[in-house]
Design a protein around this ligand. Structure first.
Ligand code: GLU
Length: 448
């Protein structure tokens, strides 16, 4: 049995967005579920569009997610290997030089379409004689290279989509090498998958027809064919396409909005599957409850609200001990910090939001919209305030006392107190919150 190996292969032509994150996370969780390893492969053969800053941003993202690949490969450092394979494919007649311009190809495409034919490249360049090729080159025109597809059907058992058949006479011979000699994605990907011993390729369904071409290349190069799985793409929650402007969030944006890595991992492993999204606390737990077979063929609907809702559940389960340093970074420390965390954690969506509540406790003054609070009520509340020392019964003794004096109950009793003490009309359990405020601050705040 070969060792299981997967790879995540982003192009450093932009920041990773939520759709890339899902591919990464599915690869990660699936690799764990089959005790495999995950390699990060940077597909940077497109020199014009690949940038170092995007490479760094990919590394930052995977480190943030704590997804540590077993190796990092960059295609830009492997050009010689690709050239070797290119020469072999040319020698064996699998690649042929082409000289048509884009305009010429467009024109021919239109002619085909208007005569009711599929707009497939007619292999005109394959018929060029040696002299004709030489004549182009003498005029300084460099060829680009197409792969001569075997025009048969290619079938594979997709890990997600089940049996897939692609008719290779239904699309044009793909261009594998540009006129400037640089490689498009298809060939280097196969060369690397063979070189790295990749056993499973898990990627978006926009690659399904590439897979047919790549399977032909694997065979020509005498290699085993990896298991392929193609997941559906992500759409916005209303079903419309993810677009840069609206839904297509970068991992940077997601991190900045206070989403925890574990939230994103849980979310991406479960959306677009027949399982519901759950707040697993550990990767192992998630992996034990993961199956590729549950990924649906319909698009995964991304909802930021759902992601934030999951974040809330995740942080509620975080203990003070695991968070100590992060809370300290927010200046939340000292003897009250632990009880503070336990009090506010059910009322916040992100860890950063804890800071607001900490300031409410630590600042002498808070902004209160006091227009709706009845001063007589506050006066009674002041008089009824139990003396120190306070404990966890103080709140009920106090509010019971105010209730007897005013006849108020429920919301009418609690809301004005909450507003006066915190400046907010919802928030953490007041019974503990007043202990954090202390008697003096409570008295001050009732004195509007
Ligand atoms: N660089 C390709 C992409 O980002 C990789 C596809 C693959 O996984 O083979 O779409």
């Amino acid at each position: 049995m070969p060792d299981n190996k997967l790879r995540f292969a982003p192009s450093p032509t932009g920041d990773l967005h939520i759709g890339n994150a899902r591919t990464l996370i599915l690869n990660y969780v699936y690799s764990k579920s089959i005790s495999g390893e995950l390699i990060l492969r940077i597909d940077d053969t497109d020199k014009d569009r690949s940038e170092e800053r995007f490479y760094r941003s990919i590394i930052k993202d995977i480190e943030w997610l704590k997804i540590l690949p077993s190796a990092i490969e960059r295609q830009s450092s492997k050009t010689e290997k690709y050239m070797e394979i290119r020469d072999y494919l040319i020698k064996e007649g699998h690649l042929y030089p082409c000289f048509e311009t884009d305009e010429e190809l467009n024109r021919r495409r239109k002619v085909s379409l208007s005569s009711g034919l599929p707009p497939i490249y007619d292999r005109a360049s394959l018929k060029l004689t040696k002299d004709e090729i030489r004549a182009y080159e003498a005029n300084g025109i460099k060829p680009y290279w197409r792969f001569k597809l075997d025009r048969k059907s290619i079938t594979w058992n997709d890990l997600i989509r089940g049996e897939q058949t692609i008719e290779c006479n239904s699309f044009s011979d793909p261009v594998l090498i540009r006129a400037d000699g640089t490689f498009l994605y298809t060939l280097p990907s196969v060369v690397d998958d063979i070189d790295m011993g990749v056993t499973h390729v898990l990627r978006g369904e926009d690659h399904v027809s590439n897979t047919a071409t790549q399977i032909q290349l694997f065979k020509i190069l005498g290699s085993n064919i990896p298991n392929f799985g193609h997941h559906s793409l992500m759409v916005q929650k209303d079903g419309s396409r993810m677009s840069k402007r609206i839904g297509s969030m970068s991992l940077n944006d997601i991190r900045d909005s206070g989403i925890e890595p574990m939230t994103l991992i849980n979310y991406c492993a479960r959306i677009g599957t027949s399982d519901s999204v759950e707040a697993f606390q550990s990767i192992d737990e998630l992996v034990n409850n993961f199956s590729l077979a549950k990924i649906s063929r319909s698009p995964a609907r991304f909802s930021f609200e759902e992601l934030m809702g999951l974040n809330k559940k995740i942080i509620q389960k975080l203990s003070f001990q695991t968070l100590d340093a992060r809370l300290s970074d927010l200046d939340i420390n000292g003897k009250d910090a632990e009880i503070f965390w336990d009090t506010v954690k059910t009322n916040i969506n992100t860890i950063n939001e804890a800071q607001k509540w900490w300031n409410i406790i630590k600042n002498n003054k808070i902004n209160i919209d006091a227009t709706d609070i009845n001063r007589d009520f506050l006066k009674i509340a002041q008089e009824a305030l139990p003396n120190a020392p306070w404990d966890d019964k103080t709140w009920s003794i106090w509010t019971e006392n105010i209730s007897q004096k005013t006849g108020l109950k429920g919301k009418e009793l609690f809301l004005p107190l909450r507003l006066a003490l915190t400046g907010e009309n919802s928030g953490p359990e007041l019974a503990t919150f007043i202990l954090l405020l202390g008697r003096e601050l409570v008295l001050n705040r009732l004195n509007i």
